[in-house]
Structure formats: C-alpha cells, structure tokens
Design a protein around this ligand. Structure first.
Ligand code: DGJ
Length: 736
C-alpha cells in the first residue's frame, strides 16, 4: 500500500496490493477530479484521461461554457447548483436561502494510520497497517471546508472514504445533503448488483443492466432495512464468480441510505453512496463540523468472489472488535420458536437440561421475560424481570443454567416503548411522535426518542442493572419496527431534520457504552430478523441475526446474499423445528444442520419436544461445529453454485488460508429422475497438492481417489444424485 502525490502532474495515487485509485487537481480553480480506479498501475501520469484538452475545456480556457465543463467533468466529490446537473454529494442552505456549493483543492496531508470517526463505526488499522490521505477543499464564498478522507490498507484491496464538513463562516448554515463517496467513471457496459427483500427474505441478489438515468437502492425507514441493502456493485456482464472486473461500494451505517448509479448523456457513470438526503437537514453553527459515515470502495479483477473475499478480510480484521472477534462462539439454543411468550423458569430449565446433555453451550431467553409481557402488545421499556414467569428470579435461573455448564443470554429491545407500559404512562413524550397527530404503531409499539440524553441514560441504566444482576454473557439486541412520525420534543424546530441521523448516533452510543461496561459480553444485533444486518452494527456486535426465516431452503438465498459481502462468522444461523414456522416446509434435520453450519450455529426449537431421531443427531452436529468452525470463520469463501440461479442445488466452499483443507457444502434442493451425477468445480486449493475427501467413507463414488487441487478446480468432481429432495452433504477436503 502507498499514497503518493506527483506535484508536477498534480495527481494523487492511492495503491493497495492489486488496485490503484487516482485523483487529479486541474485548472487554476483547483477542481478535484476522479482520474482512475482499477487494476494496479505503476504509472501515475494519467492526466490525459481527464479530457481537459477536449471541448468544452477547463474554465480558464473557456469560461463561456463553464456549465458544460462542470456537467461533464469526473468529480471526486461534487458541489451543487452551478452547472453539474448530475445528482451530487453535497448541498447546503445558507441564511439567505442559497444552495450553491463549489469545492476547490486547498492542501493535503498523507500520514500513517487512520483517524477515528467521532461517534461513528468505522474501519481501523495501526500505523503499520494503513495510510491515510486528507484532502482539504473549500468553498471560499461560504467559508465551508470539506475534508475528504481516504485510507488504504496493507492487507486488503479496499479504499475507505469519508467526509468531514467544517463551517468556518460566521453564520450558521444547513447541510441538506452530505453523501460519503462518489465515483465518476466511463461506463463499460456495466451491470449493477444490488440486494432486495422483505421480512423473512432478506438480501436476495438482483442483477440488472445499467440504463440511462438513475437507478439504485435506498432506505428512508430509519434502519438499513429488510427491503434494500446499503451496498451496490457494478461489473461487466462477462464477470463471473472467479474472473472479470467488479467494483463495489458498501456503507458503514445503520440508518437511511442511498446508493445510486446515474448513467449520463455522455455514457459516463456517477456512483454515489451516503446518508439519504430525504428528511435530512443538519444545522451547522459557525465553527462546528459534521462527520459523514464511512464508505468502503472495492475493486476486483478476480470476479465477484474476489470482491467477496476482500470484504470478508476487511471486516474480519479491521471492523469487528471485542473478545469474540476471532473466537469460536458458544453454540446457543434460543427459546423464541420453542415457546414464544409461553415460558417460565421450569420450562427454560427443562430445555437447558436437555440441551446441555446434547452439547449445546448457551441458553438464550428471548422476548417475554420482563414487565407483564405475555404477547407483543405490552411492556417494552419496562426492563424489569417478571418474577411471575421467572419464578425464583433471574439470578436463580442463570445460576441453575450455569450449574449445567451452560452460559446464559438474554433478549432486549432497548429502542422501543409500548403504549401499555409504565415507562409510557410516566413519559409519553419519550416516544418519537408529531404533536397533534395519531402516531403510527407497528407491532403495537413506538420508537423511543433516543436523541434525548435523559432517555438514553434511563434505558442504559435499566439494561445495565439487569446485566449486573446475574452472570449474563450474551445479549440479543432486537429492533422490531421502523421509524415513522418523525418528531422530537427534545429538538428545536430547525433541528427536527437531524432526528433520523441523531437516532442512529444514539444507538451507536448506547452499544458503545454497553460493550465498554460489559467487555466480555457477546452481543448479537437483530432487527425483526435481518433488517439491520449492516457494517455499522458489526462494529459493535461480531454477529447479527440473519433472518427470522430459518427454513433451510429459504436460507440458501438469504445466506448467499449475506455471504457475498459479509464473513460467515457474522451470520446468525440456527437449526429450527419443522414444519418450519415461516413457510411450513419440512426438511431433514441433517440438512438444517448443514445450512446453519455456514453461520454462527445454534438451535431455535424446543429440544424436549422434537422427534427423538432429530434430537439424537444433535451431538453429531455439535461435533461438526467444533470440527469445522475455525475453517468456516477464518477461511476464504467461494460460491460454487447458486440455487437462486439454477433452481436445483446450492454449493459453496470455505478454504483454509494455508490451503490445507476445505469444506464444501452441497445442498440438493430437488432431485430429478434419470439424472446422472453433477459436475462441480472446487476452486481455491493449491493446484500442485493432492487432496482426499476425508468424510466420504459411506460415499463410494466420491471416496475412491485422491484429487489434485488443479483437477478439482478446473475439471471438478462428479457428485451423485442424492435420494430425495432437500438433501445435503458436506465434503471435507484434506491435503495429503
Ligand atoms: C424478532 C427476532 O428476529 C426474533 O428472533 C425474536 O427475537 C422476536 N423478534 C421476539 O419478539
């Protein structure tokens, strides 16, 4: 990695091991242009790419057509309202009501390491691991400074970007749009990859051609959402999993976002990512600054898989923190689908006793243990143990679970308030609401106004006091509704537009406090399943509940989309009971285990009630988890086949960093009569080494031989049809 500035050409060049990113300063007005992003280049003399010698020319040579210049020039970070008619990154409103902004380069700093982004989750690295460029730009009329921050890392091919705005003028102004990154480049017949979904079917991958005009994904729901995801990529149509070019942008943020590509009249593209400007208006007093969240930019010439592995490495090494960062997680059993709200101490202990005998390591008590919550209509905000249900008290329950050799975990939904709660009766103004309007309920609950310090402190104290009261080693932090009725009693009229972002900052502050006060806690984020599975949350919790849909077949595409950009170690995945509670499907217990092994692994069922044959399989699954989890968490992930695309089978692989072993998961969703075996190619192994499939003793067709890494990758193996639907196999390849 390196960052250089060529003074003669006025070009900055940011290098990672395999990529280069170039920024140029042009004309007397010091416009900041995006020159190049792609394969690593030795040469930085790329000024010719900026078309400053072509009509309409730079303004010093042709100010007559200044708007034409501004509308075509590849901007590194845009201004507003002066002739660049493409959608931009920054807009303001001055005290006179003006909205124009124009940015010029002033100076720069290049240094080792990376600054912390105050109050925000962000990637990190030591001085030896990364280098940062700070480009200082300004609008001299507004006396507005804009600092563009870029970081490159020594061990992963990404460039992270963020933006800080400083008001040096004497009057307050309003920021009405501050996006985090922009990449302008020529189109090359790219197609766009985004992820879409709904409750219980999050992150379904969609590929579409890039058409003239604007296209993208966004959320204005106050969270990253089930519906769309703060990520987009663009690739050549010929790019496959293992070859070809792809670019991606991912946003380290958990609230409203937009990610958009605009294809212009000149067939050039502008890719933008940042906080969604809708309902955003931030008052910046004289002397104040605003820090926008971080965006990750990635380029790979090694296909979608190259991008995937780059992001996995970045998040594993430079985003996830805490005690469990690189550690195996305890196998948990969660009582949600086992009991819903109908449980008590005895029931939980029955589950725990049986679970501990089978090798399960932690009991998680889900929703319904507090206030008088026997259904989802009441008590959010009253974080006091319901001793009618938890008879004997929480401490007793936890001690009994600990005596079984198991850890104990608990569920909270700290951001919410039920209208039927003591908290609401005492503080009705603590809910986010627009005075004079009937508030929109969702799951019969409101969102707490966490922008108010007294509300944050109260909630934190209640949660902390429960956690101090017993040996609780895990928290599931849930969030079961999206934001609406935006209004805060704590903010003046001209700051109501800050509510969405302040709410996200407040959640970050609370999770920061929680993880500092309880440094040994394993935190799992969750939002009605996977509606807040985003890199922002990963900074606080090393794992996130992936989806409320635990059906093994539905999970194939949910986990495919998730694993395209997130390490497997982050994906909350459990074996649930059948018929599945979301889709009614019946799948073999064995297959449910194989699919959950691709994530954090655990159980979501009443282990005292499931069929004996299933229960008897648990010790074997537990053993598989212990055998394979280091490989799953730390290995390189390869997507081999997608059930979403082929409608028959799914296949993926994790290869250890030293290439000594690999685990291939093969799920045959549907069997077909008279179908001969299926050829699959297994990439990523050492071509000149020999491998055996160590766990195929009962599988003669596969067991018979040693395979070279090269043959496995380019010729493949024949996997025979399995008898029946929803069947699966794990293949453990070991170097000999
Ligand atoms: C939604 C979560 O995704 C579920 O796992 C469960 O915790 C429920 N909330 C509880 O209300």
């Amino acid at each position: 990695m390196n960052i250089t500035y060529n003074e003669q050409n006025r070009i900055f060049k940011l290098d990672t091991a395999k990529t280069s990113y170039c920024i140029g300063i042009v004309d007397e007005e010091n416009f900041i242009g995006h020159v190049y992003y792609g394969r690593k280049l030795a040469d930085d003399n790329l000024v010719y790419l900026m078309r400053t010698e072509e009509a309409p020319f730079v303004p010093s040579k042709n100010n007559r057509d200044r708007t034409s210049f501004l509308d075509a020039f590849p901007m590194e970070y845009t201004g507003n309202g002066l002739g660049d008619y493409r959608e931009g990154t920054l807009s303001v409103k001055t005290k006179n009501g003006h909205t124009a902004v124009s940015l010029s380069y002033v100076s720069h700093r290049i240094y080792d390491g990376k600054p912390v982004l105050e109050g925000l989750p962000a990637t990190f690295g030591t001085e030896a691991e990364c280098k940062t460029l700070e480009l200082l730009c300004e609008d001299s009329v507004l006396q507005l400074q804009v600092v563009l921050l870029y970081t490159v890392f020594n061990d992963t091919d990404v460039i992270t970007r963020s933006v800080k705005i400083v008001n040096q003028g004497k009057d307050a102004l309003y920021l009405t749009r501050v996006l985090s990154a922009c990449i302008d480049m020529d189109n090359d017949d790219y197609e766009m990859i985004t992820m879409h979904g709904s409750w219980a079917r999050e992150r379904a991958i969609q590929v579409r051609p890039i058409m003239k005009g604007k296209q993208g994904v966004s959320s204005v729901r106050g969270e990253s959402s089930h519906q769309e995801h703060p990520f987009m990529a663009w690739k050549k149509s010929t790019t496959t999993q293992e070859s070809g070019e792809i670019y991606g942008m991912h946003f380290i943020y958990s609230g409203n976002f937009m990610a958009q590509i605009e294809l212009t009249q000149f067939d050039s593209m502008r890719a933008l990512i940042g906080i969604h400007p809708e309902n955003f208006c931030w008052k910046l007093e004289s002397g104040e600054s605003f820090q926008a969240p971080e965006a990750v930019c990635v380029y790979s010439a090694e296909g979608i898989g190259g991008m995937t592995r780059t992001l996995h490495n970045l998040y594993r090494k430079h985003l996830i923190r805490g005690e469990y960062k690189d550690k195996k997680r305890p196998i948990l059993i969660n009582n949600w689908e086992a009991t819903y709200f109908e449980f008590n101490t005895q029931k939980l202990l029955d589950i725990a006793r049986q679970a501990s005998r089978l090798g399960i390591e932690m009991l998680v008590m889900d929703d319904g243990w507090f206030g008088c919550r026997d259904d989802d209509n009441t008590s959010l905000g009253d974080w006091k143990v319901n001793e009618k249900k938890i008879d004997g008290g929480l401490k007793y329950l936890v001690e009994e679970v600990n005596k079984l050799g198991m850890k104990f975990g608990i569920w909270f939904e700290p951001e919410m308030i039920s209208p039927d709660s003591d908290l609401y009766r005492e503080h009705p103004d603590w809910a986010i609401a627009v005075p004079g309007r009937t508030g929109s309920l969702a799951r019969n609950q409101y969102v707490l106004d966490l922008t108010r310090k007294e509300v944050r402190d109260h909630i934190f104290d209640m949660v902390a006091s429960v956690l101090h009261s017993a040996n609780i080693e895990y928290v599931k932090w849930d969030m079961n509704r999206q934001l609406s009725d935006l209004g805060s009693c704590g903010l003046p009229a001209d700051r109501q537009g800050e509510l969405f972002h302040r709410q996200v900052l407040a959640v970050y502050e609370l999770q920061d406090r929680l993880t500092k006060e309880f440094p040994h806690l394993l935190l799992e984020n969750c939002s009605g399943g996977g509606a807040r599975f985003d890199p922002g949350m990963l900074y606080y919790s090393p794992q996130i509940w992936c989806s409320d849909d635990a059906d093994a077949i539905e999970r194939l595409s949910i986990q495919e989309g998730t694993a395209m950009i997130y390490p497997l170690s982050t994906m909350g995945a459990h074996v649930a009971d059948c018929p599945n509670h979301t889709v009614g499907r019946v799948t073999p217990f064995e297959t449910r285990g194989y699919v959950a092994l691709a994530g954090t692994f655990g159980y979501e069922l009443d282990v005292t009630k499931i069929p004996e044959a299933d229960r008897n399989m648990i010790p074997e699954q537990v053993a598989m988890y212990h055998k394979y989890n280091d490989l799953v968490r730390e290995g390189d992930y390869y997507r081999i086949a997608s059930y979403r695309e082929n409608h028959f089978y799914d296949c993926y692989e994790v290869v250890s960093q030293d290439k000594k072993e690999a685990l291939v998961t093969y799920i045959q969703v549907l069997n077909r009569p008279n179908y001969h075996s299926r050829r699959i190619r297994i990439p990523g192994l050492a071509p000149d080494q020999m491998y055996v499939i160590e766990n195929a003793a009962d599988w003669p067709e596969i067991r018979q031989t040693k395979y070279s890494g090269e043959a496995l990758q380019y010729a493949g193996i024949n996997v025979p049809a399995l008898w029946g639907d929803f069947k699966g196999r794990l293949m453990h390849l070991v170097q000999v």
